[in-house]
Design a protein around this ligand. Structure first.
Ligand SMILES: NC(=O)c1ccc[n+]([C@@H]2O[C@H](COP(=O)([O-])OP(=O)(O)OC[C@H]3O[C@@H](n4cnc5c(N)ncnc54)[C@H](OP(=O)(O)O)[C@@H]3O)[C@@H](O)[C@H]2O)c1
Length: 252
């Protein structure tokens, strides 16, 4: 009797060179996956690759800006269709909305929102063709309710939430699972610039483990850390007078 080994699963992870994306890349490879990492810094991607020592063939990487649709399309032609697409690349800059910030607003929109759409459109045809696959979109609890200093970042995450909610109606019948990941605070270089207390701040490895655990669940949206996300969810349902009072008191 022939014994067939299960095919090695493949993931594309955008923003694989740092933070949550890098930790999740390492976790997937540890669990026998092959990862195709996409982000701008070749230096950081090379360093991640080196960290796999004997397992380097499990990590293929491309230096690419998610704003560059042409390059993303050429990557899609070069690689095999993934089982999982984690659309994670993103930036965060706190802004003072009483100042002129148009360039910062546009940069967030171009990377965090349109960058996800570029990757989605570049890699989707393979998934549709296979009638199989899994897309996880990285949003944030700041997509649930407007927070102080998040006027550039928050709207991009709210837009991603709405996008993910919509696409599942077309993708689920084609065998493609869609999930939305909405973390609270995770300790990365992106959050290291925050000068305020970050309740429930967790490590990238804890975040990666929770993404790994939740990706096999049937939940559409998952969030962590649990206590902070429950707190934020309640905030988002409260009457505006109450929630804005509490946010002023506790988050500014
Ligand atoms: N940390 C948190 O508390 C938190 C909470 C909620 C949601 N999130 C979301 O989680 C995701 C990862 O955040 P993180 O905290 O891990 O941030 P991070 O440590 O700054 O990592 C961001 C990653 O995105 C890549 N990236 C940024 N701009 C890019 C571009 N234009 N093209 C391609 N890659 C790009 C970066 O690589 P290069 O610089 O090499 O391009 C890096 O690999 C983001 O979408 C963020 O909004 C984070």
């Amino acid at each position: 009797m022939k014994i067939f080994k299960n095919k090695q699963k493949t993931a594309i992870i955008t923003g694989a060179s740092d933070g949550i994306g890098a930790a999740f890349t390492k976790l997937l490879i540890k669990n026998g996956w092959k990862v195709i990492g996409i982000s701008r810094s070749l230096k950081k991607l090379k360093a991640i690759s080196k960290s796999f020592s004997s397992n380097q063939q499990s990590f293929k990487y491309f230096s690419c800006d998610v704003q560059d649709f042409k390059k993303l399309k050429s990557i899609a032609i070069e690689i095999e269709t993934p089982d999982l697409l984690l659309l994670n690349a993103g930036i965060y800059s706190p802004v003072n909305a009483s100042q002129i910030n148009l360039d910062i607003y546009k940069k967030h929109l171009n990377i965090n929102y349109l960058g996800v759409l570029n990757c989605y459109e570049a890699f989707l045809p393979g998934l549709i063709n296979n009638q199989n696959g899994h897309i996880i979109i990285m949003s944030s609890v700041s997509g649930w309710i407007g927070l102080p200093k998040a006027a550039a970042y928050g709207p991009t995450k709210a837009a991603l939430r709405s996008f993910a909610q919509s696409i599942r109606y077309d993708l689920n019948p084609k065998g493609i699972k869609v999930q939305l990941c909405s973390p609270g605070f995770v300790d990365t270089q992106a959050t290291s610039i925050n000068d305020f207390y970050m309740p429930g701040l967790m490590s990238v490895n804890e975040a990666a483990n929770l993404i790994f655990k939740n990706m096999s669940s049937n939940k559409f949206e998952f969030s962590f850390p649990l206590s902070f996300s429950i707190f934020m969810k309640i905030f988002s349902y409260l009457p505006d007078k109450v929630s804005s009072y509490l946010i002023r008191k506790f988050i500014t």
